[in-house]
Write a protein that binds this ligand. Sequence first.
Ligand SMILES: Nc1ncnc2c1ncn2[C@@H]1O[C@H](COP(=O)(O)OP(=O)(O)OP(=O)(O)O)[C@@H](O)[C@H]1O
Ligand SMILES: [Mg+2]
Length: 427
Amino acid sequence: MKPLSANLFALLFLCALASVFYVWSALESRLERHKRRFSLPGGGSLHQGLPVDLSAKTFRALLAVPPAQRPRLGARLDAHNLTDQPVPAGSGDLHVNVGKRRAAQREGPVQPGSPVDGGIFWSEWLEDLLPVGFSEEYARAWRQKARTCRVVKLEPGCGRISNQLATFADGTRACVRYGINADQVQGETLTYYLAALLGITNLPPLALSQLSGDGEQWADVRTRIGGLQWSERAVVSLTEWISNLTGVVTPAPLRQDSGGLRPVPAELRNRSTAELLELMQWSDLVVFDYLSANFDRLVSNLFSLQWDSRVMERDTNNLLRTPRGDLVFIDNEAGLVHGFRVLGMWEKYHSSVLNSVCVFRRRTTQRVAELHRRRDSRQRLLELYRDSEPLSQESGFLSDEHAGVLQDRIDRLYKHILHCKGKYGQL
Ligand SMILES: Nc1ncnc2c1ncn2[C@@H]1O[C@H](COP(=O)(O)OP(=O)(O)OP(=O)(O)O)[C@@H](O)[C@H]1O
Ligand SMILES: [Mg+2]
C-alpha cells in the first residue's frame, strides 16, 4: 500500500506543479500581450493588438463631449451655405508674412474684436496675424534642393532607428524616413499632399528620393545605409528639419474634461491672442487628422487615458511648436493608408474628436465644401501628387477603396460643419 500511496502522492504533486506552471504561463503571456497593446510606439505598430471592443460609452465618458446631432435627412447641403466669399482652391498663400508689428500683436493682450465671426469661423483679424507656415513656393524650392543635394551624413536624431537625420552638403538637414513597409512612406507622402490640397501649411516640405537613384545623392553615406540594412531600391521620404522646436500640450478645450472647442464668445473672449492663434491651428489639425484618420496624435492620447490618466499633461505625439508659436505637424505616416486600414478600431475616437470642435478656419471649410460638392478628392489629390513628385509612380497611390473612404470622410466633415453652422450660426 505504502509504495502505491507514495506514487499517488508523487503523481498528485506533479499534477499540482503542472497546473501552477500552466496558470503562470497563461498569466505571463496575457501580461506580455497587455504590455504590447498599451505601449505606444511611434507610428505604425500602435494598432497591433488593440482591443476591438472598446465601448463607445467608455470613450464618450473619457471625452465627455456630447455627440453632434446628425443633420436632418434631406437637409440641403449647399457649399455656399458655409462661406460668404469663395476662395479659389489652389490659390497661393493664405497670408503674407507678418512684419514686426504683427509679430508684436501676436504676443500682445486680447484684441478688442470678437475672435469668431459668421458664427463658426475664426475672425479675419486673427487670420491676418497668422502667417503662412511653409508656403507652396517655399516647399517647391526646398523639394528641388532635397532631390539633388548630396547627403553627407546620416545619424540618429529623428526618432526611431528607421528615421535618420540627414545633413546635406550645404549644411541644412532633413529627417529621412525609411518605411518598414510601403504603407508608411506612402501614408506620409499622400497625407502631406492632402494638407496642401486643404491649404494647411503646418507640415514641413517633403520630397521622395530613391537610395539607388541617378546621381550621387547618397554616395557619401553608402556604408551607413548598408549598416542600417536599408534596401538600395527603397524610396525614402525627406522632410525638412526645423530647428528649435518644442513640445505641445493639448489645450484645455480639447481635453477630455472640457466642453470642446466651440465658437462661444464667453469661452474665447478671455484668451490671449497667442492662445487664440494656437487654437485656430488646432482646429485645422483636428480637421486634417479626421480626414486622414491619423490616430497617432490627439486620438492616441485620448485612447491612452484609459490607463494613463495624466497623458494630457504631457506633450502631444507628433506635434511641435516653433519659437514663434506656429504648430508643426510631423510624422504623418499613419494617415490615409494605414489609418484607413485600421479605421474600424479608431473611428469612434476620430468622430468624438471631430464632434468636439465647432469653430474652423474659413479657408479650410471652403476647401472642404468644394471637395464635397465636386466629389473629386481622388482626382485632385492624384493630380497634385503626380505634378509635384517625380517618384509618385514608384510610391503608388490610394486604392479605389481608400479613395472612396477619403471622399466619404470629406462628406461627413462637411455635414459636421453644416451642423455647427446651424447650431452657432446665429450667434
Ligand atoms: N522635421 C523635423 N524637424 C525637427 N525635428 C524633427 C523633425 N521630425 C522629427 N523631429 C524630431 O524627432 C522626433 C521624433 O520624430 P518622429 O515622430 O518623426 O519619429 P518617431 O520615430 O515616430 O518618434 P516618436 O516615437 O518619438 O514619435 C521628434 O519629436 C523631433 O524631436
Ligand atoms: Mg512619431
